[in-house]
Design a binder for this molecule. Structure first.
Ligand SMILES: [Ca+2]
Ligand SMILES: [Ca+2]
Length: 557
């Protein structure tokens, strides 16, 4: 490896003091051999004596920095650049700040960075783009972006950018030019009259004329049927691919043609075709905020993946509620199995993108008073088929929930607060992202930053790091089938999830214990490959009996 190996050497001093036993490749214990390798039967009982489980050894970090040659197959990291790392002391996170923190992201094991919008925009969040061919001056320059892409490549990290094609900013010159052409009745190839949907069906008016604007008056919807718009979007796609971008996160897919699935799928297919002409390996993940049933139909498109919102915070049967004990693990496993099966039927090369929350949702930290439960949520989404996304700050339990009583544009600002790098060294820490509304900056925030947590055994950050590296080690699971093994446990334990991930010759069994107590699971014929212990207690597998500590997981063969 290039830079990453030097990086890991540099961090070895820290790691020597960290117990990551149970994170390595050596199984802590092994079962007796058997010809069968499935979780076949019966009992799972609660046994509560922690002393039954051996302590891990602090001095044996047999931790392996497994690498993945398939960058897109691994864990992704979502970055709000404005709140991540400020490289020049103006209080605003910037692209050079992301470049400066590549060593951290590489150490964690992330393979793709999704940058929220980086183009010029009148808003702090940037989801209304005023110029698709430039970098927001708060964030730096195009040269800074090129430098980031180049530096990331040396770490085997891809850069994915947010691509907002449903709408632009009302400040974008496209809009005023379109209005002028529309009012003048101009037609022909040099007219932009049809770039937006002018007319009485619109939601807002500009100089007395209605136009389609589903989100906000400041965000006019493009007319995606316009030949001129399609040609411009082709230029935009090629521009960013030319600057080394490897993927797009597609904003607001449901709104392309307002909640019209077939036209939206047709547009996605066109877009993928455009990108693949320039880069056959280019990949896209769509934001299609819908229930599983509606969402699954979009997997018929050529778009590689879509975010699974129902499994993230916000729905009833989501991962967080399961980890908290509100929803049975076997029900969630059945949901995953069904979704994975359905989407493979729609498009065999498609895959899900799992996450726990993003910039439009409350921070998951509000759900957990127990950091081991928080860790268990990470263990789950890191070991599912497809790809998974960490929202920056999730790995340090950053706080932040929606503000009520503000307009839409500001209500989400506290979901996008500055990253905390260190409790003591405030170098690079960003200011509150909406500088015009400092009174909203009233969130009680975590004090320990990444550097503090990396130096602390069994911290949340170290758990994320362990899980991401395990994900990289078992990278085949991206395209694996998911088979629930919960029912074969025949258990009354509602908080144990077991499943098989299989692809070709490769197969593993994953067992999670989302309960706050130890459990015993019958797992005949299995061998312990990986111990994911959230506390110092290691699991035990002997004679087909698996003893698993609270909020802990194992990978079996
Ligand atoms: Ca800055
Ligand atoms: Ca639209």
């Amino acid at each position: 490896m290039g830079k990453p190996s030097r990086l890991f050497l540099a961090f070895s001093g820290l790691l020597l003091g960290i117990s990551l036993s149970g994170c390595g490749t050596k199984p802590a214990t092994s079962s007796s051999a058997s010809s069968s390798s499935s979780l076949e039967s019966s009992s799972s009982s609660v046994w509560s004596d922690d002393d039954d489980l051996p302590m891990s050894h602090d001095e044996s970090p047999d931790y392996v920095y497994a690498d993945s040659s398939n960058a897109e197959g691994s864990m992704h990291y979502e970055i709000f650049v404005r709140s991540f790392y400020d490289s020049n002391g103006d209080g605003i996170g910037d692209l050079n700040g992301v470049t400066a923190k590549l060593p951290y992201l590489a150490e964690m094991g992330y393979k793709t960075l999704w940058l929220m919008p980086i183009c010029p925009s009148p808003t702090y969040h940037g989801y209304d783009i005023a110029n698709y061919y430039a970098i927001n001056s708060d964030y730096g320059t195009l040269a800074d972006f090129d430098a980031l892409v180049s530096a990331a490549k040396s770490y085997n990290i891809d850069i994915m950018i947010d691509m907002v094609l449903n709408h632009c900013s009302i400040m974008n010159p496209y809009f005023s030019a379109s209005y002028e052409d529309y009012i003048a009745g101009k037609t022909g190839t040099d007219s932009k009259a049809d770039w937006f949907n002018w007319g009485p069906g619109g939601q807002h008016t500009y100089k007395g004329t209605y136009y389609e604007s589903r989100f906000d008056a400041s965000m006019p919807d493009f007319n995606l049927d316009s030949t001129g718009v399609r040609a411009e979007m082709e230029k935009i796609v090629n521009f960013w691919i030319g600057h080394g971008v490897k993927g797009f996160r597609l904003d607001a897919v449901l709104y392309y043609y307002y909640q019209a699935t077939d036209p939206n799928i047709a547009f996605l297919n066109w877009l993928v075709g455009v990108a693949h002409k320039a880069d056959p390996n280019f990949y896209m993940v769509g934001e299609c905020w819908a229930s599983d049933g509606a969402l699954n139909s979009y997997f018929a498109s050529a778009c590689d993946s879509f975010f699974r919102f129902s499994e993230a915070t916000g729905g009833d049967s989501n991962f967080i509620n399961m980890v908290k004990g509100y929803t049975r693990a076997d029900i969630i496993a059945d949901t995953i199995a069904n979704n994975e099966s359905v989407i493979r039927g729609e498009n065999p090369s498609s895959y899900s993108s799992y996450f726990l929350s993003n910039h439009d949702q409350d921070r998951i930290s509000k759900n957990f008073t127990n950091s081991d439960a928080y860790k268990a949520a990470c263990s789950l989404y890191a070991l599912l088929p497809g790809t998974s996304y960490t929202y920056y700050g999730e790995e340090i339990a950053l706080e932040g929930t929606r503000t009520t009583g503000t307009n839409d544009d500001l209500s989400d600002v506290k979901r996008r607060l500055p990253f905390i790098w260190s409790a003591t060294d405030k170098t690079g820490e960003c200011s509150f992202p909406e500088k015009n509304r400092p009174e909203l900056n009233d969130t009680e925030q975590v004090t320990l930053g990444v550097l503090d947590q990396l130096a602390t055994p069994f911290s949340l950050t170290n758990h994320y790091k362990m899980m991401i590296h395990l994900r990289n080690k078992y990278s085949f699971i991206k395209k694996a089938t998911f088979t629930s093994l919960c029912s074969t446990l025949a258990t009354s334990e509602r908080s144990v999830m077991a499943y098989r991930l299989a692809s070709g010759e490769k197969s593993i069994i994953v067992v999670h214990n989302f309960a706050s107590h130890n459990v015993e699971v019958t797992a005949p014929g299995t061998t312990l490959l990986e111990s994911i212990n959230t506390t110092h207690r290691l699991p035990e597998l002997a004679n087909g009996k698996l003893k698993l500590g609270a909020y802990s997981s194992v990978i079996l063969s």
